[in-house]
Design a protein around this ligand. Structure first.
Ligand SMILES: CC(C)(COP(=O)(O)OP(=O)(O)OC[C@H]1O[C@@H](n2cnc3c(N)ncnc32)[C@H](O)[C@@H]1OP(=O)(O)O)[C@@H](O)C(=O)NCCC(=O)NCCS
Length: 283
């Protein structure tokens, strides 16, 4: 287990920081060396190549420097019904706007393997502390996925928990999926936070997906698209991030496949400060 930041007996305690190592449960697949030789694997989507349940154990540190154990699990709505119910409850109480998917729709997407439901559990593995809902984007050989929903339960917010969760999530996706890039969408206020975690804003206008937004576009909150490289595999590296045409294609596929929007209109709005802003309006 690699825990470089755990407190040492010599010198001052290490600064409080996020550290983790990843170990698969007994139920996970055997190491590569023990697997029977089969045909070369084809590149498939995130959901298809992961045998649930897969668990990541993450070692973090408490304020006093002592280690704390966190578990990241991929939930199946039927096989882990109780835990899944807690996860979907956290979704429902957080995303209440009319344009958000209903809990039953999210579950349907999980069952269709369009979404992956990942939950961060406490040490006793009884409580869901945070969830991430990750959507597959099939175009371009599943190179991209979308972090569609990311929530830390109010009780656990602050003190860096969300940042830890995000880092563990990226590590999980690096190991357990074939995606190279994870997209995410966030409001202006959260861009700095995601930037600190390695995300970069994509060079495409912000999106508006609220069907009622046209009433007052200048006031509506738009979503910036950001990306995080989760794997540099030679096919796709950080240098490829600025390809606008590729991004537009991916966005279109993502909106149709995950969000059921087919139309995209570009509009320029003038905000209260008199600045103009280009927006992509999806319907
Ligand atoms: C965003 C969220 C995951 C952060 O979790 P967390 O445990 O509070 O994260 P951390 O403790 O690592 O970081 C907190 C930082 O994020 C900032 N932050 C949290 N929510 C914010 C928001 N909506 N707008 C701007 N900043 C925000 C805090 O001010 C704090 O800043 P600081 O580090 O400069 O003090 C959590 O607030 C949440 O679940 N919010 C509701 C759902 C949501 O908005 N998800 C993101 C969708 S893109």
């Amino acid at each position: 287990m690699y825990c470089p930041n755990l407190p040492s007996s010599k010198g001052p305690p290490a600064p409080r920081s996020y550290v983790f190592s990843v170990v698969k449960d007994q139920v996970a697949e055997p190491p590569y060396a023990e697997r029977p030789v089969t045909e070369a694997p084809t590149r498939v989507g995130v959901v298809d190549d992961v045998k649930a349940p897969v668990t990541h154990h993450a070692v973090s540190t408490h304020d006093d420097g002592s280690p704390s154990l966190l578990h990241l699990v991929e939930l199946d709505s039927a096989a882990h019904a109780d835990m899944y119910a807690s996860a979907i409850q956290l979704y429902s109480k957080t995303f209440t706007e009319s344009y958000e998917l209903k809990a039953s729709e999210v579950t349907h997407m999980v069952q269709m393997k369009k979404y992956k439901m990942l939950a961060m559990l406490d040490a006793a593995r009884t409580q869901v502390k945070a969830i991430a809902v990750i959507g597959d984007i099939p175009i371009l050989d599943h190179t991209y996925c979308l972090l569609d929903y990311f929530v830390v339960d109010e009780k656990h917010r602050g003190g860096g928990f969300g940042a830890k969760f995000f880092n563990i999530l990226v590590e999980y996706m690096r190991i357990n999926s074939t995606h190279s890039i994870m997209l995410l969408e966030c409001k202006d206020g959260l861009m700095k936070w995601y930037s600190r975690l390695g995300a970069m804003r994509c060079p495409i206008p912000s999106s508006v997906c609220d069907p009622d937004a046209n009433e007052n576009l200048a006031a509506v909150e738009s979503y910036n698209t950001m990306d995080v490289v989760i794997r540099e595999d030679g096919r796709f590296t950080a240098g490829d991030r600025l390809d606008q045409n590729r991004l537009k294609m991916v966005m279109n596929n993502m909106r149709q496949y995950l969000h059921s929007y087919c139309q995209c209109e570009t509009k320029t709005v003038i905000n209260e400060e008199g600045a103009s802003k280009e927006l992509l309006i999806w319907s």
